[in-house]
Ligand binder design. Sequence first.
Ligand SMILES: [Zn+2]
Length: 61
Amino acid sequence: MYRQRERREKKGFDRPPREMHKAVCADCKKECEVPFKPSGDRPVYCGECYQKHRPPRRGRY
Ligand SMILES: [Zn+2]
């Protein structure tokens, strides 16, 4: 007898739901959610501030 696994496990990795973690933006101190676990030794930025802190794209490189 075959016992089929009825467990519905993730079939493939189409779109794994992102686990959001609450964090406080290191810049504006707003509460925000980030798709990664804030480790504590790195500042966490909300979406807006993240853009600000990102190095701007320049023409070169
Ligand atoms: Zn912010």
